[in-house]
Write a protein that binds this ligand. Structure first.
Ligand SMILES: [Zn+2]
Ligand SMILES: [Zn+2]
Length: 351
């Protein structure tokens, strides 16, 4: 009888033995101390940018072992539980993303909110295998996490929220209105530029390629149009557009109807170009150079100077930006998650 009572007392004790860590920041919780202050500040900047510009909450967590928090069977178990405990992402869209690295377990997981279709699982698996793990194998966690987070943002948050990912109306909105779309991309452009991650981000978007290559019909006569080659289309492009093409910041297709000489120009923004839209001429030809003046520490935010110069016109200007303070474990840097949930989507990897 006494033994039975003891068991009854023990069972609830075991059940509550699983305790998730409390977050001190919604961006980076480096519980295992794998990331140096400067790298953490850069990662925080990226995560703040994706939240500000796309409304997507993405968070990075490092731990030594899931077993420090209870008897979790697997990294998947722990990641899904932690994600839902914290409520990462918008509660309606369920678009949160959690990058979890367990150093001692040599396991990592990217947990995706329930709003992501399964195709994103393969995408983050690819990012884990090619951007995180190679660095982790060399014991360079900070580098791997920074590179991996940048790539994860590109392949999940940006593509997920890219208007037109699910609708074919994308093409219409893309057509040469450089300025409107440039505004949201400028910051990412220089962040990725500063990281040295340039040019097209792999294949992946077959859907986008299909939209771009599908046949066009002439507005005037309805006949099929032909796409001019990259060399012969220059005659139809403005000077700024040819500069964009040479900088690889924007690519143009010129569709031509030989029946009535009708021309249709479609512009495709390169998301990963470091060139932003110029406030004077409007083309994506604005080059930026970021110089850190004061690095951020745990007690102070840092400062950087960004010099802009346009490769198409004579525009130049300089801006100063604050580098986020490295978050300290004990002090909450404010903010809380949006109450999103995961149904276990995402991918894992080991090294
Ligand atoms: Zn025609
Ligand atoms: Zn310009």
């Amino acid at each position: 009888m006494r033994l039975l009572l003891f068991i009854f007392l023990l069972v609830p004790a075991l059940a509550t033995a699983q305790q998730y860590p409390a977050y001190t920041s919604t961006y980076v919780n480096d519980f295992a101390d794998l990331i140096d202050a400067e790298t953490e500040a850069r990662i925080t900047e990226m995560l703040q940018a994706v939240e500000r510009e796309r409304g997507v909450e993405m968070t990075v967590v490092t731990i030594n072992s899931r077993l420090e928090y209870g008897d979790f069977a697997s990294i998947e178990d722990f990641a899904t539980g932690l994600f839902n405990h914290w409520g990462v992402g918008n509660a309606t869209r369920n678009d949160g993303i959690m990058v979890l690295v367990a150093r001692q377990d040599r396991d990592m997981r990217i947990e995706l909110g329930a709003g992501y279709p399964p195709v994103f699982d393969d995408r983050v698996k690819n990012v884990i295998d090619h951007y995180f793990i190679p660095w982790f194998r060399q014991d360079d966690y900070a580098h791997g996490i920074e590179a991996g987070v940048a790539e994860t943002i590109r392949r999940t948050a940006l593509e997920f929220t890219d208007q037109g990912y699910t609708t074919a109306s994308r093409l219409k909105s893309e057509v040469t209105n450089a300025v409107a779309s440039a505004k949201t991309g400028g910051l990412f452009s220089w962040i990725f530029g500063a990281l040295g991650l340039s040019s097209a981000g792999g294949g992946a978007l077959l859907f986008r390629r299909y939209l771009r290559n599908r046949p066009r019909h002439c507005d005037l006569c309805g006949r099929r149009m032909e796409r001019l080659s990259e060399t012969s289309d220059d005659a139809y492009l403005a000077h700024g557009q040819t500069v964009e093409e040479s900088l690889n910041s924007r690519d143009y297709d010129v569709w031509y109807c030989k029946h009535d000489d009708h021309v249709m120009i479609e512009g495709y923004r390169n998301w990963f170009s470091s060139y932003a839209a110029c406030p004077d001429c409007g083309f994506r030809t604005l080059h930026s150079q970021r110089t850190v003046l004061e690095a951020a520490t745990t007690s102070q935010s840092g400062r950087a100077r960004v010099d802009y110069d346009c490769r198409n016109c004579t525009h130049q200007h300089t801006e100063y930006v604050t580098i986020a303070k490295k978050s300290e474990r004990s002090s909450s840097s404010g903010g809380s998650f949006g109450g999103g949930s995961s149904s276990g989507g995402g991918a894992s990897g080991s090294w």
